[in-house]
Every structure is written in structure tokens, then in C-alpha cells.
Write a protein that binds this ligand. Sequence first.
Ligand SMILES: Cc1ncc(COP(=O)(O)O)c(C=O)c1O
Length: 389
Amino acid sequence: MKASSHAAALRPEIEELQTSKIAEVFYAGANVRNLLPLWFGEGDTPTPDFVKRACLEALAADKTKYVDDRGILPLRESIARYLTTLHGKPIATERVQVCASGMSSVMLTMQAIAGPGDNVVYTAPVWPNIVEAVRIVKAEPRPARLVESEGGWTLDIARLESLCDARTRAIFVSSPGNPTGWTIDEAGMRALLEICRRRRIWLVVDEVYNRLTYDTPRAASPLDLATPDDPVFSINSFSKSWCMTGWRIGWIIGPAWTVDHLRKLSQYNTTGPATFIQWAGITAIEQGEPFIAEQRARLRRARDLVIQGLQRFPRVRVGTPAGAFYAFFKLECLADSTAFAKRLVLETGVGLSPGAAFGGEGEGFMRLCFASSEARLSEALERMAPLLK
Ligand SMILES: Cc1ncc(COP(=O)(O)O)c(C=O)c1O
């Protein structure tokens, strides 16, 4: 909605921010009975009980006051230990900035590195919030299109570099990616790091799905390769690996000197996640490995069921994603994915995201989140059959 002509104005770039097309489809399906919602980026598994208990215990112990704006020290230490083990390389506590979600980590990073006239080159299609975060800081988002062939996705790194110029402040990579599941390999990550070192720009890697991989124990990470002072920000979140989407807690790893500045940005934005949630985060990390292993096994079965099910429809083209929990499939002759998603939810009760929600690069595709029970997924495939055949 626009302000009336005599009203005080908002910044134009704020008025021009896109409303999510996923929300548009969600509203269209608001009154659908017996809905199978597979449109959002979260599963139907609740947060594990041991994390919920830790939160209640923290509340009972009055962990309810203001804390360090970098995040409480035991949580930062716990994240540093976790990453040190995961990457087999020391990650210092001083490099950790705790944030109120992965989204907040993205926003703080953008506020720290880009401004008017700058640009950020990112791999597309991508979760739309990344693009809007770049726009909010008045920088230009420049998509480096992933190439789809036979349902698989690849990144042309030389082409990506050709999009960089003197005003490029960062290369932003989401891997494993939402919506594609595209997962960069170590050689690709090394090449991007080299480009960023040479150009003296930032490599920002959104790693929120880094534990949700199916062919390797985890995704390649810049933290495997970079020195502590390299121009790298790694963004992560408790949302996906620990099923904590509503808790709003995540973190950034950057060079230690940047945390002095990120902490100020955190203070002036959200002032970080609630204190008792930070305490629960320690338990999630320290006791969460068996839960993550179970989740991966469950998601792998769900992925195989959905991909095999979709591949049976002649109009559908989809490969097997290496990571994250989405089937991003191409539907032959699909010109308006938003209209199709609305029709799908109204006629079948299955809620999917339109590919157009992930930028122009996603038009012609649909996204199905397979973090759901096998029964639900099988029913969704059955209900969608008449429209996908
Ligand atoms: C690629 C990507 N990054 C970041 C996030 C944000 O996660 P959070 O729930 O921690 O804000 C999401 C959520 O869907 C995502 O898909």
C-alpha cells in the first residue's frame, strides 16, 4: 500500500520492498480445508524436548536480564568449540557474534559491508530476503545465475566474477541453497575465496543448511579454508539443523576485529536473542548431535520419496538435491508459477511456493519443502497428480 499524497513519506526503497509471493499464495489458501502446507522453509518436527527443557530451566534460573551484546560468553564459547570440531580448525570465541536469527545475521552483515552505490553479487535463485536486505542498505543486488540442466544446478564462477566491478563489496553465496539445494564443492569455495582475497571484497556464505546434506557429512564451508583474518563472514542459525525456527537465534563468524563493530549493529537493531534462549542454544549445540543425525536420515528418506515421486510426472524436471530440504522442480509450460501455486492450493489443498518468489531466475519452477512426514508427502504427491501430469 502507498501513502496518500499528503502523508509523510517513507524511504522510497522501503516502500518498494517486495511482499513475499509465498505469503501471497498463503493468503489465497487461507480458507482451504485439509491443507497440506509445504510452502514454508520449516518442517513439522517440533523443537527437541531437551532444548525446550533447557529454556525452561534458564527461565527458572532468572536468565532474563540484559547480557553482552556479542551474546553470552558460554554460548559464544560453545559455538566456537562446535565449529572447531566441525571444521577441524580452531575458530576463536572472539570471532563469534550471536544474532537474533539467521535473517538478522544477514541484515547485520549487509549493514556492515554495503551502502549506497555499492553492489553485492549473489548466486540466484535465492531466498528473497537476501536480495531485499541488500536493497534496504541501498546497495544493488546483482544475480549470478546458477545454471540448471537435467534438474541439477551449477555455478559458472568466471561468469560470476565478470559481474564484479569496483563497487562490488561482497560475493554472497547460499550453500546448500534455498530454493535449489545447490551445494558448492570445496574447489568452488576455494575459487570464490581467492577472488575475494584478490579483489579485497567479502565472501559471505549463508550456511544455515550446512548440516542438512545427504551425500557428504556436511557442506563445504569457507571456515574449512580461510585464515582467521580472511575477508569471510559465515552466517548460521539454529532454525534448520535444530528445528528452532521460531526461537530466532543465529550467529555470524567474521574476523575478530569485525565483531567489535557487529556487536554495535546488533545492539542498535535487535540487541540479540532473548537471554534464556541463548542459554537453551548452548544445550542445543552440546546435546544436539544425535538429533541432527536422526533429522538427516529422516530428511534423506523424505527427499528420495519426493524426488522419485515427482520424477514420475512427465511434465516435471527435477534432480536430487545434495542439501537443504527443498525439491525445486521445473514444470514444463509453466509461465506463471504464482498463479499456478494459487490454483494448486485451491484445487488440491497442497501449498507450494512459486518459483517466482525466488526472483525472476526461479520463474517456471515450484518449490516443495520435504521436511514433512512420509505420509503427508505421499498424500501431497497423490493430490497434485492431476495438475502435474
Ligand atoms: C538461505 C536462508 N538463510 C537464512 C534463513 C533464515 O533463517 P532464520 O530462521 O534463522 O532467520 C533462511 C530461512 O528460510 C534461509 O532459507
